[in-house]
Every structure is written in C-alpha cells, then in structure tokens.
Design a protein around this ligand. Structure first.
Ligand code: 5AD
Ligand code: SF4
Length: 440
C-alpha cells in the first residue's frame, strides 16, 4: 500500500521530537513514506515550539516558505502541530491561507483522520481543544525512534507550575500522568525489540503520579522499570528542583539502570529573581539538594537551564547567577535570553531588560560555562567509562555513544563493535562539546 509521502519538520524540545516520531508512525500506518524535503511531500507537518519568540518566528518563516509549494501542488496538505498550533488555534487558519490544519498538543492522535478529511473533502480543520483524558498521552512510542537502541517514553504531559515566564502550562495543559502499568508495558516492549536505553519524558517528571491519586510516584516507577529484562539504562527529563527528593538521589545511587545524570533547571542564582519567577526554591535550597545528590551519587552529572534578563534583573542579580555557576559547576547548561510570552505574568512586568544587555549577559554566561565544561572534559582524560554505542558515522570512521553521565564520546571505528553494545572506553581527549576515546 503506497499512499503518498510525508515530511515532518520539528522545532523545540524532546517532547516535540517524540511527538513527531509518533506522528510519523501514524502516517506510515496509513501507508505513507517519509521524505526529507517538503518539496517531495504530499503531507507536510510543521511541529512547532513557542517557548521563546525566536522559536515562534522560525515557525512562521518555515510556513511562509511552503506557500509557493502549495501553489505548485494544490493537493499538498499542510498541517501545524505543537505549541504554536495550540496557542494560535483557528487564528492560524485565518492568518495563513495556505494552511489546511491546526493540530493541538492533545490532538495529535487525530492526525490520520485530519489528513484524510483534508484530502478527501477539502476541509480546513482546527483541532485544538484540550481533552481531560489526553488521548495523545496513550499513543505508544514507535519503534522507529531516534536511534535503534535509544527511545523516548512519555510518562506525563503538561505542567501545573505556571512559572511566571513560561507558556508551557498554556500550550500543554495541566500535568497528567500516564498510568504506571502502561509505561512499564511500553518499556518492556521496547526492550524486547532491542532498545537498551529509555529517556522518560515529562515537563516535571518528579511530579509523576501525583495527579493519579493512587500513591504512584516517580521513584516507584523507577523501581518497577529497573528490573525490565534487556534494558541497560534509564534517563529522565526534566526534573524540577522544588520536587527533587532525597528518595530520587537514593534511586540514582542504588538502581543499576538509572543513569547518574540529572537535568535540574536553576534558571537564576538570585533569590529575588527566583521569587519573581515563581520557582518555589531559593539558591541555598537548590544548592542543598545538589549537595545531597553529589553525596549520594559521587560523580553524578548535573545540567541546568539558565534565563538571563528576566524583568527587573539587576547587574547584582545577574552576578548572583554567575557566582552560582562558579559555585555549582554544572557539567553543561542551556542558557537563554528572557523572552516575553503571551499570556504569562512576566510579560507585563515593569523593568524589562534591554536586548543588548541580555545579549551581553548571555555571552558572559556562555564564556564561563564553556570554561567549566572544558575543564570537566579535560579532567576526564585518562579515565575509563561505560559507553552505549548509539550509531556509526561512516564518513568520519567513528562510532559514537554516551557515558552514563550523558557525555558524547566519539571512538575510532572498530570491526567488532555494534550499535547497542555496552563497551568500555578510555578518554584520550576532552574537547569543548565532546570527548574522544579508545576502546579498552
Ligand atoms: N524566555 C526564555 N527562556 C525560557 N524558558 C522557558 N520560558 C522562557 C522564556 N519565556 C527556558 C527555561 C526552561 C527552558 C526549557 O526554556 O529555562 O527551563
Ligand atoms: Fe515551564 Fe516552569 Fe512548567 Fe518548566 S516547570 S514547563 S519552566 S512552567
């Protein structure tokens, strides 16, 4: 059965990448074949991100480029999914005349039906209401994931925290957890089909299970998953510092498959700014939690997100962030200029920081963190790590994989190594963004 071609362009986070994998699987079930350019496609899906204004701009420019393709090929179906779809709703259809469908974050399971209605009846469709029992939450992770041996697994969707700067609670709805048994069955099936590593996905995985009201918790889920036959590694993202518990640090130490890495967004080192962000912790409290983690899990890698230029952030507040970065020494961070998002409380706060100032602060954060990351990578030289081989780069004659602490390691190709192997590698060179090693 050949039913045309599809192309999916993805912006944003791992949640979006995974949603795209699910949409791809659904279109393949219709008999469609994936292509790698919109020009060759009968169905184009733009899966969008609206976390910052820049991400949203990229979406509109991607959509703009499709206009002439649609003119050449009027039968082409163009759909927008993800966070921009969720926020734009029918307004997007009104504004973008060559758009056929808007598919909200809770509605991606309806994509095949939507495509069919557009193709057969020429309808223009908006499907963006939230549903109380998010059907999309139960769509299984397809086996054709990001690598033959690594897979994402959704454990919850949405966020109920309403940090003052963030659109996610509006674009993804309130926290909703997937039943524990459903997650376990999915992970077992993935492991059965050759997956060695899963990354459990949620906006705030530490809150997993709270909404189910049956005593389910994130650490219980980890306890259950640790025994899945064939599964070597469990990762998870994102964690919220206010919900990070000693029990989780203990699981990271005691459960063999749970990797020693946590992504724990700090956002700011200034208590005044943290309060205005509505984060629910102080810098001291955050550092206490990290100390607990490092005591229980020596060598654990910690990464974070940082926002510079939140409204009212003074030079002194910013210095507190720089000092926190020096003190904590994250393995890696993702840092962003504050962006005013529609509907959020921080959008209309006074004392917005000028863009040049934000850029200058961001550059300082980059410079500091690059130095720290490089120091970690240099320190790793001479040490031996367990690597899961994720793939082979034939052009450069290298294989690549990650340490349990989530650092990418490239190794010269060896005939005896296969994707999915757990091997031991000695680090020979620490670079800014990766490590180079040799098999031992
Ligand atoms: N401006 C800048 N960065 C933001 N983030 C979320 N909302 C905004 C915003 N309005 C960042 C946070 C979050 C990461 C996913 O994106 O650091 O942890
Ligand atoms: Fe956004 Fe805060 Fe929820 Fe993270 S915890 S998704 S930053 S509202």
């Amino acid at each position: 059965m050949f039913n045309g071609t599809y192309y999916i362009e993805t912006y944003g986070c791992q949640m979006n990448e995974h949603d795209s994998e699910k949409m791809a699987a659904m279109l393949e079930d219709l008999g469609m074949a994936q292509v790698w350019s919109a020009e060759d496609a009968d169905v184009v899906v733009i899966n969008t991100c609206s976390i910052r204004e820049k991400a949203e701009h990229k979406v509109y420019s991607a959509l703009g480029k499709l206009k002439h393709l649609k003119r050449k090929n009027p039968g082409m179906v163009i759909a927008v999914a993800g966070c921009v779809a969720q926020q734009g709703k029918s307004g997007l259809l009104a504004k973008i005349r060559h758009l056929d469908a808007v598919v909200g974050t809770h509605r991606i399971g309806e994509l095949p039906e939507i495509v069919r209605r557009v193709q057969q009846r020429g309808e223009r469709i908006e499907a963006s209401d939230f549903s109380p029992d998010v059907a999309s939450l139960h769509i299984p992770a397809p086996r054709k994931g990001r690598s033959p041996v690594c897979s994402y697994v959704t454990i919850m969707q949405g966020c109920s925290n309403f940090c003052s700067y963030c659109v996610v609670p509006y674009t993804r709805g309130p926290e909703q957890s997937r039943p524990l048994q459903e997650v376990v069955v999915e992970v077992e099936a993935l492991a059965n089909s050759g997956v060695r590593e899963v990354t459990l996905l949620g906006q705030n995985v530490n809150a997993y299970g709270k909404d189910l009201g049956d005593g389910t918790s994130f650490v219980r889920l980890l306890d259950e998953l640790d025994g899945v036959p064939g599964l070597s590694r469990i990762r998870f993202t994102t964690s919220h510092p206010k919900d990070f518990s000693e029990a989780l640090a203990e699981r990271m130490a005691s459960l063999g498959s749970v990797c020693e890495h946590i992504h724990l967004p700090l956002q700011s080192g200034s208590d005044r700014v943290l309060l205005a962000m509505g984060r629910g912790y102080t810098r001291a409290r955050y550092i206490e939690k990290i100390e607990t983690l490092r005591r229980k899990v020596p060598g654990a890698a910690i990464t974070a997100d940082i926002i510079v230029g939140f409204p009212g952030e003074t030079e002194e507040d910013f210095n507190q962030t720089m000092l926190a970065l020096e003190e904590i020494r994250f393995d890696q961070i993702f840092s962003f200029k504050f962006s005013q998002r529609p509907g959020t409380r921080a959008r209309n706060l006074p004392d917005q920081v000028p863009d040049e100032e934000k850029s200058a602060r961001l550059a300082k954060v980059h410079e500091l963190q690059d130095r720290i990351t490089l120091e970690y990578h240099r320190d790793a030289e001479g040490s031996v790590y367990e690597i899961l081989i994720e793939g082979i780069k034939h052009e450069s004659g290298q294989v690549f994989g990650r340490t349990r602490t989530n650092k990418i390691v490239n190794v010269s190709l060896s005939d005896s190594v296969r994707t999915g192997d757990l091997t031991r590698v000695k680090i020979t060179k620490g670079l800014k963004h990766s490590l180079f090693g040799e098999f031992v």
